[in-house]
Design a protein around this ligand. Structure first.
Ligand code: FE2
Length: 442
């Protein structure tokens, strides 16, 4: 296994933080200690597109306003270079929910737009006569894709240094891949689940990118609070992200366990916090049973799982045994192609050295596991048997391009430099072949 460490540019303060992974204490230098004012206004903010089960014909729009008066609306139409395209816009009323928490008082709005034309550029704005957003554009996915054809961005934990340092990563990723069909966030978007400023930072860092490319997010442990000793999902999560309602029928898994099928690829979000910290076995069983059902009836050419806690970690003391024991046999049984994870504040990937559950000696799983991080919190790593490569003290983003039977996975540093690369090649009736394409200097 190759272990790659980068010089720590931020000196001893960061080093101290990185050496305290169990406590998860970030160095002072990296905490977002800003006084930015995120008071809601008449003009909508925190605008984000979220995935639906069918991105070829629908998309969900989410935003926030001060909510002083009137209906909250979306106007949308097929985009056109002629600025008078706005005259063709259709107006739709959103669902608005009062959100009061601490000294925050806002209106959270959302609407799913259906019956869109596939592979079409749309323009939209949202708000009302008290204040409108700018016109933003997004493209619907292609429908009836005979052969898989999908591009997406994948980001690990943002969590710390969100506005000062995560911003450069999501912006670099979007600049490199503006036509990506979706952006995947693998949990721990923020550090403190119910801290409004951190959510404000997360939206500010992504800016118009959030409103231009649908997002698929899964919660991490930092999206949970434990004020009464039990885990509770952030009150922000399902209020600001309306996510597909095709998961298990359980309130504790709402907005965290779901899937979308897009251009020949099934992308499944799982809630690993509700495996690691589930209060009942029944809750785990429900998620596991749903995953079995979802994978059993899966006509898509490729299958990716997004979840926060890694099946295989980048340090021995960070093992997630329950996640591995419950999920890995299912990934093996149904030949899941790619598992996208976060949590360890490092980068790693592996496949060939991971044994198939119940397989003969020397067998390999055929599923590729990735651990990643996009924010500024960094943890130390150790050489791990499962991993082909481990990188530490690096902010990274990933560009995934799937074309028929080839999945090209590229890992870039925050600076844009290619850091790791491999292709997965799918052949019917066989396990995926992993072709290492990492740059020769890595
Ligand atoms: Fe985490």
């Amino acid at each position: 296994m190759e272990k790659i460490a980068r010089r720590r540019f931020l000196g001893s303060t960061l080093k101290m933080g990185a050496l305290l992974p169990v406590l998860g204490t970030p160095a002072k230098l990296l905490i977002d200690n800003n006084d930015k004012d995120y008071t809601p206004a008449d003009i909508p903010d925190r605008i984000i597109l979220t995935v639906t089960p069918d991105l070829a014909t629908s998309v969900t729009m989410n935003w926030r306003t001060a909510g002083k008066s009137g209906d909250n609306l979306v106007e949308y139409t097929v985009a056109d270079a002629h600025p008078e395209f706005t005259a063709n816009a259709v107006r739709v009323k959103a669902t608005a929910r009062a959100f009061r928490f601490g000294n925050i008082s806002a209106l959270n709005c959302r609407v799913t737009i259906n019956n869109l034309k596939p592979d079409t550029l749309y323009a939209y704005r949202l708000g009302n006569e008290s204040g409108w957003s700018e016109w933003m554009q997004f493209r619907t996915a292609k429908s009836n894709t005979e052969k898989a054809n999908l591009s997406f961005i994948y980001l690990g934990d943002a969590q710390v240094g969100i506005r000062p340092l995560w911003s450069r990563v999501i912006r670099k990723a979007y600049a490199a891949m503006p036509d990506a069909q979706l952006i995947i966030h693998a949990g721990d978007l923020v550090n403190r689940a119910n801290e409004d400023k951190e959510w404000g930072d997360w939206f500010a860092a992504g800016g118009y990118i959030h409103g231009s490319t649908p997002a698929l997010m899964t919660p991490g442990n930092h999206e949970y609070i434990h004020e009464d000793g039990n885990p509770h999902l952030s009150i922000y999560w399902n209020e600001q992200f309306l996510l597909p309602d095709n998961g298990p029928a359980n309130e504790l898994l709402k907005g965290s366990c779901y899937f979308t099928d897009v251009q020949g690829v099934k992308i499944i979000s799982l809630n690993t916090q509700m495996i690691e910290e589930a209060l009942t076995e029944d809750l785990i069983n429900r998620q596991v049973a749903w995953l079995h059902q979802t994978l059993k009836h899966n006509p898509q050419q490729w299958t990716c799982v997004v979840m926060h806690h890694p099946v295989y970690s980048t340090k021995k003391g960070r093992d997630n045994k329950k996640v591995r024991e419950h999920l890995k046999p299912i990934f093996d049984q149904y030949s899941v192609d790619l598992v996208l994870q976060g949590h360890d504040h490092a980068y790693a990937r592996g496949m060939d050295k991971i044994p198939l559950t119940g397989g003969a000696a020397g067998s390999r799983s055929g599923t590729t596991y990735i651990v990643s991080v996009s924010g500024s919190k960094m943890y130390e790593t150790e050489p791990m048997e499962w991993a082909d490569i481990i990188g530490s003290h690096l902010q990274v983003y990933h560009a995934v391009n799937i074309t028929n039977s080839t999945l090209a996975f590229r890992s870039y540093l925050a600076t844009g430099e290619l850091f790791d690369a491999f292709d997965l090649v799918k052949e019917k009736g066989r396990q995926n072949e992993l072709i290492d394409k990492r740059p020769s200097n890595k």
